[in-house]
Design a protein around this ligand. Structure first.
Ligand SMILES: Nc1nc2c(ncn2[C@@H]2O[C@H](COP(=O)(O)OP(=O)(O)OP(=O)(O)O)[C@@H](O)[C@H]2O)c(=O)[nH]1
Ligand SMILES: [Mg+2]
Length: 254
């Protein structure tokens, strides 16, 4: 299983609580990003746990984002545990929606519910789980609260071979464009879901447009409408210097 989420949500506390001394910390191959892996025994299972770097989106503005999205798309962890800060749900769910687009087997750890409660925030986690199409387990990692339940849900997800979580559905106009593009992308060999590639092309995601248009110019030429607008970087977030001088991707890219 892999732990993914924003920075400071409690991923490493959960990782440490689960794996204790059975850890190995190194770097991702060829990258300056830390890779922490560990194991725990839960019931009949020995579970490998990977603590992914804290990220806010799955664009490729940082090495951390690139490492995370390639890992999830290419290595397909049996279960992706998305750790959320319950006291800042709206901000945290921005990443959740993007993770769902990679169509993983997802379980949500709704962490820091103690802080949320102290601020008077009540979350209907059952309803949240229904809306996301993924089980949501409330946790207070620093007290170890909810972690047994979390692991129970992780194991259950594997045992019943649960269907992968589904991406959220956009409005009809956007869905129409995604549908057209996904059709064009059918022949594209990629570890990423076709729908994900379509969304990234619409967003003007640099990594995806570079790879797809150089290898498959037909996708650009064959489409009935023009829908790829070069997306400017979000304000204050230029491309990181690390990113432009990074060695080739560990994976072949989309
Ligand atoms: N009150 C409270 N504090 C928590 C909880 N979980 C984690 N924390 C605190 O939140 C802070 C961040 O926890 P980390 O585990 O380092 O967060 P992280 O997600 O690994 O952060 P990055 O490695 O930067 O991505 C620490 O000070 C923890 O003690 C929780 O459930 N309740
Ligand atoms: Mg951490």
């Amino acid at each position: 299983m892999a732990l993914a989420g924003n920075a400071n949500v409690g991923k490493s506390v959960i990782f440490n609580e689960l794996t204790g001394l059975h850890q190995h910390v190194g770097n991702w191959p060829g990258k300056t990003v830390e890779r922490a892996e560990g194991t725990l025994v839960f019931g009949d299972y020995t579970v490998d746990v990977l603590d992914l770097p804290g990220i806010y989106s799955l664009s490729t503005y940082s090495l951390e984002e690139l490492v995370s999205r390639e890992y999830i798309a290419v290595e397909h962890p049996d279960v992706l545990v998305n750790v959320l800060d319950a006291s800042a749900l709206e901000r945290n769910l921005f990443l959740t929606v993007q993770l769902l687009e990679l169509e993983p087997h997802m379980v949500v750890a709704l962490n820091q519910v103690d802080i949320a409660e102290a601020r008077g925030i009540e979350i209907d986690f059952g309803r949240l789980g229904e809306l996301l199409g993924a089980p949501v387990i409330p946790t207070v990692a620093v007290k170890g609260f909810g972690l047994q339940e979390l692991m129970g849900q992780v194991v259950e997800t594997v045992e019943r071979d649960a269907p992968t979580s589904s991406p959220l559905v956009f409005g009809p106009e956007v869905e129409g464009v995604i549908g057209d593009l996904t059709g064009e992308l059918e022949r594209v060999e990629s570890p990423y879901p076709g729908r994900w590639l379509a969304i990234k092309l619409i967003e003007g995601d640099e990594e995806t447009t570079d790879v797809i248009y150089s290898k498959y110019p037909r996708v650009r030429g064959g489409s009935r409408r023009t829908w790829v607008y070069p997306a400017p970087p979000p304000p204050g977030r230029g491309r990181s210097p690390q990113r432009s001088s990074r060695p080739g991707p560990a994976y072949p890219g989309p």
